[in-house]
Write a protein that binds this ligand. Structure first.
Ligand code: XIL
Length: 366
């Protein structure tokens, strides 16, 4: 079988090697994820970093499989505004340009997060300056990509029930400086800078039957209801979906009911960062891939049953660039590489790819 990489680079080889020239390249029999999702009124996409595009073959395959890209880290504060008032849009511009050339949608990630904060924010995210600092970041960033971003993750990971506040909010410099209204200010600034982008509150740890997930789900519903109640322009909720196969219990009914609660608030839902750690699964690739894919299948099929779910993005497209290999608590302890994304290191489609394809094919149309 010709590998997917060879199938694409093979075009160049044809002229030089008669053997290849005689064997016409088979069109890929299986339709890409983007197309399958699109047919149902859904979007499939993946996280991407500008340096991944140095590999032209990867770029080709990305543009074929995906209908949307999201910068994996280059649209975070530390990269975009490393010094006060000094913005560096180079990397995100490159990604947005790629999206435009390849006819992909793009989403922004993320405007306000307690991580990836540059050191200078220690002096600027303080009571006297925080509101201004926030607006002077969000305004220019969102305005620059106005009309280009399908959606923005305005606030990321706002919750931390273990911080023990009644409202479940995470204690961050922004919260300390401005109180819970920092969320209002962030969403309003984003809306003012791009009235058409969908504004998203993105959160993790919502997937399983564990008590801590339940605390997060409750806190999230309460927070979204409060924001909507005071007219804050939140349009959608992002569910990160960093899954754990062979770990905590996934209760499809419980998760489905949670999605219905979010939909009842009038919100759209995006699955924003799907991947699955296989650290609890056997080393043997056959059973490992199967179990990881089964887990993804159950999760995504449950999610797509809810019509408010409009998009599924994986946190990367191919294992070779997956953060699962860097993340403490997610990488395997036996030193083997993680296989938690739709394509493998050589860009071949894996059982997770097939699980997504089937889930899109079976999804009720939007
Ligand atoms: C991660 C990236 O994948 C890493 O490359 C980076 O070093 C740290 O951030 N939740 C999020 C993402 O919202 O921004 C994180 O991305 C993964 C967890």
């Amino acid at each position: 079988m010709i590998s997917r990489r060879a199938a694409i680079t093979g075009f160049a080889a044809c002229a030089a090697t008669p053997v290849l020239a005689q064997a016409p390249l088979k069109p890929r029999e299986e339709e890409a994820l983007a197309l399958r999702a699109h047919r149902k009124g859904l979007v499939y996409g993946a996280a991407l970093a500008s340096r991944h595009l140095q590999d032209a073959v990867f770029g080709e395959i990305f543009a074929e499989e995906c209908g949307m890209l999201v910068p994996e880290w280059e649209a975070k504060w530390r990269t975009l505004q490393p010094q006060p008032g000094r913005f560096d849009f180079t990397a995100v511009d490159r990604l947005i340009d790629f999206a435009r050339r390849r006819n992909l949608l793009a989403r922004g990630h993320t405007l306000v997060w307690h991580q990836a904060m540059p050191d200078w924010l220690a002096e600027a995210a303080v009571p006297a300056l925080a509101a201004r600092t926030l607006v002077e970041h969000i305004g220019p960033v969102v305005a620059r990509y106005r009309g280009r971003m399908h959606s923005w993750d305005v606030v990321n990971e706002a919750l931390e029930p273990r911080d023990d506040r009644a409202d479940g909010l995470r204690i961050t410099p922004w919260l300390k400086a401005m109180g819970p209204r920092y969320l209002d200010a962030a969403f309003r600034a984003a809306r003012a800078a791009d009235p058409d982008a969908m504004l998203v509150l993105n959160e993790y740890g919502l997937d399983y039957a564990r008590p801590e997930d339940e605390r997060r789900r409750r806190a999230l519903v309460q927070l979204l209801a409060a924001l909507r109640g005071r007219g804050v322009p939140v349009d959608a909720v992002g569910i990160q979906a960093h899954l754990v196969a062979g770990g905590p219990l996934f209760d499809a009914r419980l998760f489905r009911a949670f999605l219905a609660e979010l939909a009842d608030l009038g919100l759209k839902i995006l699955i924003t960062e799907l991947d699955v750690t296989d650290r609890h699964l056997p080393a043997d690739i056959g059973p490992r891939d199967r179990q990881a894919a089964d887990h993804v299948a159950r999760y995504v099929e449950t999610a797509l049953d809810e019509r408010a779910v409009i998009a599924v993005l994986t946190w990367g497209l191919a294992d070779r660039f997956s953060w699962l290999n860097q993340s403490e608590g997610r990488r395997r302890t036996d030193g083997l590489k993680s296989r938690g994304l739709p394509l493998d290191d050589d860009l071949n489609r894996k059982p997770i790819w097939a699980a997504l394809a089937r889930a899109f094919d079976a999804a009720p149309p939007r």
